[in-house]
Design a protein around this ligand. Structure first.
Ligand code: ZN
Length: 289
């Protein structure tokens, strides 16, 4: 599933390619014919993301709302575009580019009030300049649910998905089963700061990269696909060499290092396995609390 960085990058690209010029809108598949008809011939005024939700304002009084869900894609095509391929729900043809939307979970026109209701149900989005981390802190402090589950809850922080949650908790040395309400202020501050930093890297590069260049030996822009993550879908910890474990939280498996992310209930295994010499030692081992 696309995480928040994908939608922010998409909003940015829609703005840069469509804004200011007349858009020809159609629904080649036919399922969004009315919505496309309302947009057709207008100009894009605003495109913005809130977590995984995309809102586009064409000045019609209503807003285009798109949620890509698990398999949705907004693909860029040249203008004039080739014939649509597959089931294209919405085609937005501008002077500089054409965008084909297929497979979204949601594609609808909303009133501003309906948009407000969606946004009111979302937590702060770390990629937005108006994000209020205190709200996320407050919501986490009120729940005993494991942090591995609450990070997927879009009503607490908007934009984090399955890959980022595993990588963020690893980088902050937090075990995914830790009760959200037991996080210290320091832990939350680090978690938020890392989230902002890594989501921004994701927007810039167009993919999720969480590893430090020093740990990998090459800059982020030149990393291979196997270099990009610390724990997600991996077998061994990059930092201490221990075998990684998984636990199902929030309905999906999360990978973690039992050594670098000690159990909140104690009984953390002692460091084991081979430590890769000379790399990434800063954060290896349990934190000092
Ligand atoms: Zn480790």
């Amino acid at each position: 599933m696309p995480e928040g960085h994908t939608i922010h990058r998409l909003a940015r690209d829609l703005r840069s390619t469509l804004k200011g010029a007349r858009v020809t809108a159609s629904s080649p598949q036919g399922r969004f014919a009315d919505g496309a008809g309302a947009i057709d011939g207008t100009t894009l005024r605003r495109a913005e993301a809130w977590g995984k939700y995309l809102f586009c304002d064409f000045g019609t009084g209503e807003l285009l709302h798109v949620h890509l869900g698990l398999i949705g894609k907004f693909r860029r095509r040249p203008s004039p575009p080739p014939e649509p391929t597959g089931a294209v729900r919405l085609r937005l043809e501008g002077e500089r580019a054409t965008w084909d939307l297929s497979g979204p979970t949601r594609c609808e026109m909303l009133t501003p009030e309906e948009q407000d209701r969606i946004v009111a149900g979302l937590g702060p989005d770390p990629l937005r300049t108006d994000a209020d981390p205190a709200l996320a802190r407050h919501r986490l402090a009120r729940t005993a649910r494991p942090i591995g589950a609450t990070l997927l809850d879009q009503g607490i922080i908007a934009g984090i998905g399955n890959v980022y949650r595993a990588e963020l908790l690893f980088l902050c040395n937090i075990h995914p089963a830790t009760e959200s309400r037991t996080l210290t202020d320091l832990q939350f501050e680090e978690l938020w700061a890392r989230t902002v930093e890594l989501l921004r890297v994701g927007v810039r590069l167009g993919r999720i990269v969480t590893t430090e260049p020093d740990d990998i030996g090459r800059p982020r822009s030149r990393m291979r696909s196997d270099d990009r993550l610390y724990v997600y879908h991996r077998d061994h910890c990059r930092r201490c060499g221990a075998e990684l474990a998984t636990v199902v939280l929030g309905g999906r498996p999360i990978w973690f290092c039992p050594t670098c992310q000690p159990s909140p209930h104690g009984h953390a295994p002692r460091r084991s396995g081979s430590v890769r010499a000379g790399r990434g030692r800063r954060r290896s081992g349990p934190p000092a609390y």
